[in-house]
Design a protein around this ligand. Structure first.
Ligand code: GDP
Length: 313
């Protein structure tokens, strides 16, 4: 187990508050971080707004909370382009299911939840917008339970923890009758209920889950390290869809850090990475140790995908 990491995907119907919640998580963890490292400036709202723009481009973000790194994996909000939901969920070890306390479960909630349950991910439910007049948090909680039951959730999945709050006002509570002042209780919940990524010993193995493009560095392969350790400057085998093996070199390796990507020398099993330098690859293919080109189970891909429409630099 990699105790230092949590990989969590946030799933929600559009407008239920995903962006707002991610902003609050980033802000609160940043503030905590500042207490540990005096001297740095706390971001003002302009900085936040600017960085929020970048969030939307880079899709995954990461925060550090009580010495644990939480990678937050974004899932497509409206439609499922080429099976993207399923692919990105494959990087997660659990999901935050965010539901509007007034609107309740909606078609997209059902669609993405079904995928998450099928993969076997454990859900943590967040009933958001409890500040809204006429909201009905307990009824919505019951709706979520029924939906999960109807979608054949396992006993463990049905035994989900629930948090209530207002992303907009910046608070979350594990008790619907008690308001809090911040989102600490949800952050503690993520650490407690989202499983640690499994760490597999053995030769390096990673699945390319999505793809980015930068006009400076070209194609960027994104995914989760499933086994071993991935290193910058390492020669690796890319196992193509037709099972042919292409030897290539990882020029640069990045992990997620806040809204940005941080250049690192190596990344261990369980971590999410972005790789620069590979030319011949497609989504769904495996990167493996040069001497042990073991293929991971391929995952469904229909191109083009949403991430191909974005450019980062
Ligand atoms: P997303 O589409 O899931 O990313 O949703 P957003 O975070 O963009 O939020 C959609 C709308 O709901 C925005 O107008 C937010 O200000 C609003 N919103 C988000 N969280 C809350 C909340 O806790 N309470 C209320 N009243 N509005 C919220």
């Amino acid at each position: 187990m990699n105790k230092k990491i949590r990989n969590v995907a946030i799933i929600a119907h559009v407008d239920h508050g995903k962006t707002t919640l991610v902003d609050k998580i980033l802000h609160q963890c940043k503030l905590f971080g500042e207490h540990e490292k005096p001297g740095e400036l706390i971001m003002d709202s302009n900085d936040l707004e600017r960085e929020r723009g970048i969030t939307i481009l880079s899709k995954n973000v990461s925060v550090s909370y009580n010495d644990i790194k939480i990678n937050i994996i974004d899932t497509p909000g409206h439609s499922d382009f080429g099976g993207e939901v399923e692919r990105v969920l494959n990087m997660a070890d659990g999901v935050l299911l965010l539901v509007d306390a007034f609107e309740g479960t909606m078609p997209q909630t059902r669609f993405v939840l079904q995928k998450a349950l099928e993969i076997g991910l454990k859900p943590v439910v967040v009933i958001n917008k409890v500040d809204k007049p006429n909201c009905r948090p307990l009824e919505v909680q019951e709706e979520v339970f029924e939906l999960m039951f109807n979608l054949d959730g396992s006993d463990e999945q049905l035994d989900f923890p629930t948090f209530y709050g207002s992303a907009k006002e910046g608070w979350m509570s594990d008790d619907v009758t008690k308001r809090t002042n911040d989102i600490t209780s949800l952050l503690d919940g993520i650490i407690k209920y989202i499983p640690e990524p499994k760490v597999e010993e053995g030769p390096t193995q990673m699945r390319i889950t999505s793809l980015d493009y930068s006009s400076y560095v070209g194609r960027i392969a994104i995914g989760k390290v499933f086994r071993g350790t991935l290193k910058a400057n390492q020669q690796v085998a890319v196992i193509r869809k037709d099972k042919s093996v292409v030897k290539q070199v990882i020029k640069e390796l990045f992990v997620y850090d806040g809204f940005q990507r941080k250049n690192v020398d190596e990344a261990e099993s369980g971590e999410l990475v972005a790789i620069v330098g590979l030319e011949n690859f497609e989504i769904g293919e495996t990167i493996a140790h040069i001497d042990h080109p073991d293929q991971l189970d391929p995952i469904a891909v229909d191109e083009p995908t949403m991430s191909m429409l974005f450019t980062i630099n």
